[in-house]
Ligand binder design. Structure first.
Ligand code: BV8
Length: 225
């Protein structure tokens, strides 16, 4: 098998961006320890208090824009020189793309996009700008962050499953594997695929992957370079 024909799928979570200065969700200093996700990351929260939801995502959008990819993002991007690489990320930042990864599937949306509240396929690129209450999408409904909130379908699951089921090697990095359906992706690995999980802490949900405990920016370059 030549190297380019070897397919590597990376499944990443908030832990890969932690060393770029972006908060994770469920660590002791994580976002869901400081805020109630029911107030910020559900369609009901947006209907109740759009100003609060916009403030939360406007601030995270700016933080993500200021952050720089770290050694883990860069090492994954470099893998493309020798392998067929697809990144499936739960992250809403664009650090994989800015590191140079060309095939990135975002399971939970993107901070630099907005969408219609009625139609998830009606998307606008907003870059770093703030969203304000009262802004409308092209179909006249409220413009909201293009984030997959709790209770909402995850449309990228189907393409993500296809990628994972056809991978020769799977590397999972920086995720607590607490959020479904994303966490179930690990189970779609084909028999014989090489499967590694790099995380700061062990998780109950590792699906039998070889576990490397440590920080992403240290362990990912060590593993792949
Ligand atoms: C759906 C948007 C159906 C927000 C996010 C009970 C059981 C099972 C499931 C459920 C249940 N009750 C409800 C559900 C379903 C629910 C769910 O899973 N809830 C969980 C919490 C129980 N899921 C849903 O609602 C999903 N939708 O099911 O739809 C449906 C079907 C058809 C039609 C209609 C509906 C939608 C889920 C989407 C959630 N969206 N994001 C935002 O970003 O603002 S979730 C949120 O968690 C994040 O976005 C992130 O993407 C995701 C995963 O978190 P992680 O990335 O893993 O981050 P976390 O902090 O948890 O972990 C970080 C890890 O990194 C830690 O382990 C840490 O040790 C490690 N780490 C830290 N630093 C480092 C490090 N590792 C390495 N190096 C470091 N330096």
């Amino acid at each position: 098998m030549n190297q380019q024909a070897t397919k590597i799928v990376i499944i990443s979570g908030a832990g890969i961006s932690a060393e770029s200065g972006l908060a994770t969700f469920r660590d002791p200093d994580g976002l869901w320890q400081q805020y109630a996700l029911e107030d910020l990351a559900t369609p009901q929260a947006f209907a109740r208090n759009p100003a609060l939801v916009h403030r939360f995502y406007n601030s995270r959008r700016i933080q993500a824009a200021k952050a720089e990819p770290n050694a883990a993002h860069l090492a994954i991007a470099k893998l493309e020189q020798a392998f067929n690489v697809v990144v499936v990320t739960q992250n809403v930042d664009d650090l994989h793309e800015r590191a140079g990864s060309s095939k990135v599937l975002h399971l939970h949306g993107k901070l630099n996009e907005a969408r219609s509240s009625r139609n998830p396929n009606l998307i606008e690129v907003i870059g770093q700008r703030e969203l304000k209450v009262g802004e409308l999408a092209a179909d006249g409904s409220a413009l909201r962050p293009n984030i997959v909130w709790f209770g909402e379908e995850v449309p990228a699951m189907e393409p993500a499953i296809k990628e994972i089921a056809s991978a020769d090697k799977i590397l999972v990095v920086g995720t607590s594997l607490q959020v479904y359906p994303a966490a179930s992706l690990l189970f779609y690995a084909r028999k014989g695929a090489e499967k590694v999980l790099i995380n700061l802490e062990a998780t109950d949900n590792d699906a039998g992957y070889q576990f490397i405990q440590g920080k992403a920016a240290t362990e990912v370059p060590k593993l792949v370079e």
